[in-house]
Ligand binder design. Structure first.
Ligand code: FAD
Length: 258
């Protein structure tokens, strides 16, 4: 007699079912598209059909789109907003000749996207420590989520000290500048440090690459956390630097975009 305690005939069926339960397909509608620079957008979405979209600041979504020729494209995007009802935002760069980044940047409000998530382990590690957040470009996205979430409540930030070291090329490439400036003005324990590799003559802030400023922020401390987010080359430069300063690799968290 056939044994039929399970609906599933093979482990593959079971796995497919479990993964679709754990990460249901989400559909979201674009509510607002704002230019952050000539090639960067802040896209605000509302998830359809649920009152609350749960995620941990720092996590990312896997978005899928089928091209006109039938090819299915899937790409990861960090959530750039703190948890807020059924809303989330993305911070997106147009990548030259890339499909998904340009497709998303061209969407008009009202358009629907689909994907899965949230995913990822690039999240704040307890117990909270003084922390340096290092980013270039759209690597700022997860920190916009983390820092808004942290600084909204003293029970979350516990008066720990936070430094956001954000590298861009020129003034026009500093995303969310006014927002982080205001956040730093409102919180003594948050230092916002944009640094420009090609800043104009009137730029009064830091100059050079992010890794050139990490040593003066961390000094000889080994009791902090470092989060690093962006393209592989920058992530590697900062990880190597911190390891050479004697940091434990467990204190260095990173997310690579390429
Ligand atoms: C965990 C994770 C989170 C991510 N979060 C974001 C995010 O918040 N915002 C965002 O804009 N991107 C993010 N990315 C990158 C994103 O997933 C895509 O790789 C990017 O949008 C390019 O996709 P595409 O289809 O347009 O181009 P593709 O056809 O995939 O890529 C074209 C070429 O560009 C290179 N490339 C890929 N990403 C970049 C980049 N960011 N800058 C320069 N060159 C690149 C690729 O190596 C490839 O050679 C994230 C990636 C990961 C893994």
């Amino acid at each position: 007699m056939e044994h039929s305690t399970s609906l599933y005939k093979t482990p593959a069926h079971l796995y497919a079912h479990l993964s679709s339960m754990a990460f249901p397909i989400l559909t979201a509608r674009l509510s607002e598209s704002t230019s952050l620079s000539n090639y960067t957008k802040h896209l605000a979405f509302e998830v359809e059909g649920i009152p609350r979209f749960g995620f941990v600041p720092g996590q990312w979504l896997s978005l899928t789109h089928t091209k006109p020729d039938g090819e299915e494209i899937t790409r990861a995007y960090s959530i750039a907003s703190p948890p807020d009802g059924n809303r989330f935002a993305l911070c997106l760069n147009r990548v030259q000749d890339g499909f998904m980044s340009n497709y998303l940047c061209d969407l008009a409000p009202g358009a629907e996207i689909s994907g899965q998530g949230p995913f990822g382990n690039f999240i704040l590690r307890p117990p909270l420590r003084d922390t340096i957040f290092v980013a270039t470009g759209t690597g700022i996205a997860p920190y916009r989520s983390m820092l808004h979430w942290l600084l909204a409540d003293p029970a979350r930030h516990q008066n720990k000290q936070f430094w956001l070291l954000f590298g861009s090329r020129e003034e026009k490439d500093i995303y969310y500048h006014d927002e982080f400036t205001a956040l730093a003005a409102a919180h003594k324990n948050f230092d916002y440090l944009p640094t420009l590799s090609r800043g104009g003559p009137n730029w009064k802030g830091l100059r050079g690459y992010v890794q050139e400023h990490v040593p003066s922020i961390v000094g000889d401390r080994l009791d902090m956390h470092a989060y690093i987010c962006g393209l592989d080359k920058m992530v590697r430069a900062n990880r190597d630097l911190l390891k050479n300063l004697g940091w434990d690799r467990k204190s260095i968290l990173y997310e690579k975009y390429d």
